[in-house]
Write a protein that binds this ligand. Sequence first.
Ligand SMILES: [Ca+2]
Ligand SMILES: [Ca+2]
Length: 158
Amino acid sequence: MRTFSFALVTALALGGCDVFESIESPDPVAIPITAVRIADLPERPNRTTEWDDDGTGPDIFVEVQNTSGASIGRSEIVPDVDVTSPFTIKLPSDLVTRDDAASLYVVAYDDDGNRLTATRLGGSEAFTVRQLAAASDSLLLVDGRSENGRETTYSVLL
Ligand SMILES: [Ca+2]
Ligand SMILES: [Ca+2]
């Protein structure tokens, strides 16, 4: 019994606490994304309105979101984008998630000065860090809704 107790105390002293901590909060998993290339975004939300009220192209920023719609990371705003051609927007390089199998989404918005009221332009189907790890240099995603009768694509660049 004395030997057993000694072994247990030694195990706890050497690394037991680390084991418990790693169960409670797993290490962050890097999301290896550098940019997203968006093609075939609808030119306008419907026949009578424009994305931007002032008649210029939308001022686009992109978020990587989790399944709750919470932002994991956000790009800079690119003003007056010509959406008739594919365009690429850089993403921060330090994005992390808690689970390499958790669903992530790329969502594009038009900024009008207040991020909370930004217009959603479109968003990708779900992807995971595991899928990114298996991809060579990019992962092609389609619009998760295709609500505008046109299939927007989101190429996530590694
Ligand atoms: Ca604009
Ligand atoms: Ca705008």
